[in-house]
Ligand binder design. Structure first.
Ligand code: DGY
Length: 321
């Protein structure tokens, strides 16, 4: 059997695949060009991909009848046309659970670095060569204390619930948490409270988006949403860039409609270096590294490899979507 792998993966994972299949590897840390993927996937049995690879009808058409499984090294599957896969009997593997803690912890880091202006402070320290100046400068006193603030999570399905749950536990000592989700078990077990979307926008000091990207969350953080937030609100997105209208966010940040934003996800990814969001002091952008701890990325890759092997050997995948 033959499989395509769309990125340099750790050699341990590659060796496992090489022992079983003929592997056509895109041997690079860069995103595989679309035309290359379309050509490589012809007559292949399996595909190991990343969330940066759009697996749509055109790619599946190019693969032809032999393709049996698409295994993604991600928990999100919004880059894969799931209905086309179902119609063609193609199994989808993904990587839930193993990245939950790393992603939740990263969200805490992004929240703190945005609210306490850590990145901006680092740049200021380098520029001024004087920490005292930084401490005394009035401008930098405008930061949000995380303690005793209300924090809100936009969580909407089982997968993102997991990240939300760990996130709540990690920040339990800082703040009260509210959810845009009606779930008694959540409220009782985690001591969180349900809030409607408009209420949470109005009441929160911090808003963390960790939902999946779908029709109901597409562009949900737009001009109207930012207008309803407090002027001192900090917005953090670890979900998908598509949940935010980026022009509206730029507008809200540059006109101080909200105080700051921390974005691990953007549209597109990577975000072009000349993008206006990079010109703002009150916006921290990271290149989708929520799950990028060494242990987590290795576990994700191994799980994705196992998913692919099981699918092609007609065994139950450890994590089938
Ligand atoms: C995923 O795997 O979908 C996450 O976005 C990684 O951070």
């Amino acid at each position: 059997m033959e499989v395509v792998v769309t990125r340099n993966i750790p050699s341990a994972a590659l060796n496992v695949l090489n022992k079983r299949f003929k592997v056509d590897l895109w041997q690079s840390d860069d995103i595989i060009p679309r035309e290359t993927l379309i050509s490589k996937i012809k007559a292949k049995d399996g595909l190991l991909c990343l969330l940066t690879d759009k697996i749509d009808k055109e790619v599946l058409d190019s693969a032809g009848d032999r393709l049996q499984a698409v295994s993604t090294i991600s928990v999100g599957v919004d880059h894969i046309n799931r209905s086309e896969c179902t119609m063609r009997g193609i199994k989808i593997g993904y990587t839930p659970e193993v990245l939950t803690a790393a992603t939740a912890e990263f969200a805490v880091g992004l929240l703190l670095s945005t609210s306490r202006r850590i990145v901006e402070g680092t740049h200021a320290a380098k520029r001024s060569n004087s920490v005292c100046f930084f401490i005394l400068c009035q401008k930098y006193k405008v930061t949000n204390d995380v303690t005793a603030c209300v924090l809100v999570l936009l969580v909407d399905d089982k997968t993102t619930d997991r990240v939300g749950t760990i996130l709540i536990l990690r920040i339990a000592n800082f703040s009260h948490s509210y959810f845009f989700k009606k779930d008694k078990a959540f409220e009782e077990n985690l001591w969180v409270h349900f809030a409607s979307f408009p209420d949470l926008l109005r009441e929160s000091d911090f808003i963390i988006s960790c939902c999946s990207f779908n029709q109901s969350t597409d562009g949900v953080f737009d001009k109207e949403a930012f207008k309803q937030m407090k002027n001192s609100a900090i917005f953090v997105n670890i979900a998908r860039g598509g949940v935010v209208n980026q022009d509206d966010l730029y507008d809200a940040l540059s006109r101080n409609v909200i105080r700051g934003a921390g974005l691990d996800v953007t549209t597109p990814e990577p975000l072009p270096t000349d993008h206006p969001l990079f010109t703002l002091d009150n916006c921290v952008v990271t290149p989708h590294i929520g799950s990028a701890s060494e242990k987590t990325r290795t576990e994700m890759t191994m799980l994705a490899v196992e998913n692919l092997i099981c699918a092609l050997e007609n065994r139950a995948m450890p994590a089938q979507y």
